[in-house]
Structure formats: C-alpha cells, structure tokens
Design a protein around this ligand. Structure first.
Ligand SMILES: NC(=O)c1ccc[n+]([C@@H]2O[C@H](COP(=O)([O-])OP(=O)(O)OC[C@H]3O[C@@H](n4cnc5c(N)ncnc54)[C@H](OP(=O)(O)O)[C@@H]3O)[C@@H](O)[C@H]2O)c1
Length: 339
C-alpha cells in the first residue's frame, strides 16, 4: 500500500524529511477496524514526532493521526462497526499513523463520520475535537448544557489554531461561558469572531489590560493552547484567585509554585492518554466523536478546515508541516486521496 513516512528525523526543508513509501498492508487485531483512508488532517504533533523520533534501522515512521475513511475489515471482537461504515477518528500515538492507504484503529476511539460533511471537512475535526472536549468537560469540568459555565469567562490562548477553532465552538454551543479568544492578525481575529468568540484580544499585548479594556477583567479559566511558557506570567495575572488553567502544549518546565498565591488549579490535557494506557473509559472518545458528529449534522458546529493541500503524498505533507511549523496556521489543513 502507499504511505508517507521517513527513515530519519530531518528539518522539513529537506526532501527526505517525508518520503513516498510502499509498505505491507496491516492486519486488524481483535478490536481493530481496517480503514481505507480517504482524507487526513495534519496536526502540530505530526511535526514534533517527525523532528524527534528515529525509527529502528531500515524501518520507517508513518505519521498522521486524524483520518476519515471506509471500514474494509473488522477484528474478531469488533461489535460497533461493520464493513462499509464511514468513520472518523484521531488514532493512537503508539501505533502507525494514518498517512497510509490502509490504517488500523481501535473501534472504541472511532465514530461514524458526520454525514453532512465531505471527507476533507470531516478529517479536520477528530484530534482537535477530542482535545477541546476533554479539556473543557473532563479537565476544567464545566457542566455541559443547561446553565453550565454561566457567569464565568474562559480565555482561549491561540483561538484560531486547530484546537482553538473547535474549542470556541464547543464552549459556545454546549456551555454558557463567555469566551474570549486571542489572535494577533486581522484574519485570525476575524476567524475567532466567526466561530463565536464574544471578544478577541492579542496574545502579543498585555492580557489583563486588554481584558479590562473589554470590561471583563480577571477570567475564571484559561485554555492555554500554545506558547504557554511565553504567556505564563500574564495568564496568572489574568486569572482570578481560585481560577483554573488547562495546558496542552510542550515546554521544558512549568513552575507550578507560581500558582500558589492565587490557589490556581493546573490541568494537563493529552488526548492520547486514554488510548496509550488503554484506560477503562477509552470508549468515551468514540462517544464524544459521535456527539460532535451529531452537533455538526444539526448545523451547530462547523468544520474547522481552512486549507486543502491536495492528495496525500510526501510533497504536499511537507508543505503542510512547513505551514504548521511557521505557527501561522488558521483552522486545519487537510489532504485527500492517494494518487
Ligand atoms: N495535549 C494534546 O492533547 C494536544 C492536542 C492537540 C494539540 N496539542 C498541541 O497544542 C498546540 C496547539 O495546537 P493547534 O493545533 O491548535 O496549533 P496550530 O493550529 O498550529 O496553532 C496556530 C495558531 O497559533 C497562534 N499562535 C502563534 N504564535 C502564538 C503565540 N506566540 N501565542 C499565542 N498564539 C500563537 C496563531 O495565531 P495568530 O496567527 O493569530 O498569532 C495560529 O492561529 C501545539 O503545540 C500542539 O502540538 C496538544
């Protein structure tokens, strides 16, 4: 089967950073779906693994987590899906990636793709939706529906990125939170407003002063989605005493002592935790993806796709990685079909 991968970690401007490969077809384990991949999206984690992880001599790493495709075969214990089903999912960090014509995924972390979206539109959603959902409802524990979050403000740092683009929508659709996003360019600012942010401030300017300028002042919770280390002091300043911060990005060190004076709670979200540790509740990811599909099909959530980079091949994936590494992505980049 066709796949895109690499043999050694290289900067993205080198031709061998991602290569077109031919690999053996995988065989499903007991809970696996064998999926013929139609479309994928690219996430910053793809670029991080590509830069860091070297495969054993003579082997290739295949990246890619988000996927949409058709189930071609199922493992002996699969109960929720059948051949021919159209599924979407974000996969597992410790398994080969979705940049391959055929791909394996555990049925518990997959769901039927939104019927109202085409493959490219649907591929934009799974990984970031799982992240945003778990951050909001499992980590910050904002009650879903009803008056959940009423009277409280959520600040989303990096609002126009992949995760922010779906987090803003989930917070607006499923809670009563006031949502303030950060964006630094006219097009990302406008994007956040279109997705439902009540207000947008600039992450390159002092946060609390801008929040005060908006008549908001200190916020109750911060979803710090990117460059947390750069904004950390300002986030603490912008949080009210006993507020909460949820973090998803990477940094060498984060000083939790700085949170003591205000009794701020720190939450980590990693959307791969459930599949990596095969937690008893890993099926919650399949359920939340099914709920996101229902919200999409009801017209309440829109796809976050912004750029379509063509077929799934090494040249197009190198372009997608380069854009993500620039820090200037808006929404999601998707690729569709193997030529
Ligand atoms: N833990 C998890 O489960 C998990 C899941 C998904 C992603 N992540 C990580 O979370 C991070 C964000 O992912 P993503 O997909 O949302 O990224 P992304 O799509 O690449 O984010 C791009 C956005 O970041 C904003 N940005 C750039 N520099 C910034 C800065 N200095 N401060 C604040 N915002 C800045 C940009 O906004 P402007 O153009 O307006 O400046 C841009 O719209 C990545 O590190 C990713 O690996 C973790």
């Amino acid at each position: 089967m066709k796949a895109v991968g690499y043999h050694q970690p290289l900067p993205i401007d080198q031709a061998e950073a991602l290569l077109d490969l031919t690999l053996p077809e995988p065989t499903p384990g007991p809970r696996d779906l064998l999926v013929r991949v139609h479309a994928v999206s690219v996430n910053p984690v793809d670029t991080k693994i590509r830069r860091r992880k070297a495969p054993p001599e003579g082997e290739a790493v295949v990246l890619g987590w988000d996927a949409v495709g058709i189930v071609e075969a199922v493992g002996s214990q699969v109960s929720g899906f059948a051949t021919g089903d159209r599924v979407y999912y974000a996969g597992a960090i410790d398994r080969p990636g979705s940049n391959s014509e055929l791909h394996l995924v555990d049925e518990r972390i997959a769901a039927s793709a939104p019927a109202s979206l085409n493959d490219a539109e649907a591929a934009a959603l799974p990984l970031t939706s799982i992240t945003a959902w778990e951050l909001l409802f499992d980590r910050l524990r904002v009650p879903k529906g009803g008056h959940g979050g009423a009277g409280q403000t959520l600040l989303v740092i990096g609002g126009a990125g992949g995760v922010g683009s779906i987090l803003i929508q989930l917070a607006r659709q499923l809670t009563q939170l006031r949502v303030v996003a950060t964006a630094s360019r006219p097009e990302t600012r406008q994007w956040c407003l279109e997705l439902g942010a009540h207000a947008v401030i600039d992450h390159h300017q002092p946060l609390l002063a801008q929040l005060q300028g908006e008549g908001i002042g200190e916020v109750d919770m911060v979803a710090s989605l990117t460059n947390t280390f750069e904004h950390y002091e300002q986030i603490i300043e912008a949080l009210r005493p006993q507020g909460q911060i949820a973090v998803i990005d990477d940094m060498d060190v984060l000083d939790a002592m700085k949170l003591k004076t205000k009794s701020i709670s720190l939450h980590w979200e990693l959307m791969f935790t459930r599949s990596l540790f095969q937690t008893e509740d890993m099926g919650e990811q399949g359920k939340l993806l099914a709920e996101v599909a229902r919200l999409v099909d009801a017209g309440r959530i829109r796809s976050t796709v912004n750029e379509q980079f063509g077929a799934i091949n090494a040249a197009n994936l190198r372009r997608a990685h380069a854009l993500l590494e620039s820090g200037k992505a808006r929404g999601k980049i998707v690729l569709e079909g193997f030529e």
